[in-house]
Design a protein around this ligand. Sequence first.
Ligand code: F6P
Length: 343
Amino acid sequence: MRVGLLTSGGDCPGLNAVIRAAVLNGIKTYDFEMVGIRNGWAGLIDKDVVELPRQAVRGLSGTGGTIIGTSRTHPYDTAGGGPENMKRNLEEMGIDAVVAIGGEGTLAGANRLAKDGLPIVGVPKTIDNDLMATDYTFGFDTAVQIATDAMDRLRTTGESHHRCMVAEVMGRHVGWIALHSGMASGAHAILIPEVRTPMSQVAEWVKQVHDKGRSPLVVVAEGFVPEGQDDPLAAAGNAKDGRPRLGGIGDWVARELEEATGVESRATVLGHIQRGGDPSATDRVLSTRFGMQAMKLVAEHRWGQMVAANGTEIISVPMSAALSGLKKVPLARYEEARVLFGR
Ligand code: F6P
């Protein structure tokens, strides 16, 4: 059997570890021939593949990025795409199965292609940890560590200058990175899209911390919208999906806090630093286990299924299960962190 791996959508630490594990397990356990389909669905449309023998994946588990490239090419809405073209391309390239490694958009495309008769299994991926049907996705742990390191650094410079430091982290729709890095670094306020905290409340927390002679540290997820305000970024002419064009929500929050409290404030947008570089050990292990399990799904012809983390087990679930909405931060988890803010 000849198996094609593709990575699609935003990159994420751990993709290379998935590729390595899939290749090693595919070759050693199942005697598969492994190939990489370059740049996501684009490679399937353009028939752009690279052979992946064992030596191609040597030492890969600890490296960032993806050796086969990625893109946001849509499998249906792109010239040359769609199930019939892709089936023909797979036949011409002698590929018998595809492993699509990606987030919600990728899995939606893969699920649709599987329904249209293509032999596809999925591996879930996102640093945001917002996919349903899996407890965790690789990349999340690394992103949280990067954000935590950054906030530890912001804290010391903030304290030297008696400033309020605001760290903007990724999370267009959910606040998992903000919640975890905020807890880990002892932030004085955690602002997430799921909870529309009023700015007056945030200002009160900041003031309380400042009045005690400490430097307030605020973490804000990029998709946060305060209570009682229309999306401040949209109002400033920014993209509506929460992806900033004119400067992010972090800048806005810092400015508002400085005006409301008189405490000098600075914002830092961590951006793609959270997605780059080497995966953490935890993410390497999760990615490796996902990659290995994906080969089992292929061997069993479980098209339309994806691997998932369930507690400490790696299981398989229908790809559609990951597409039933986003996995948001439950209010109880936010309330747990909330006890630590303010007075
Ligand atoms: O979905 C993952 C994510 O990292 C989001 O948190 C972020 O908003 C987005 O990707 C950024 O995407 P791009 O790399 O296309 O700017």
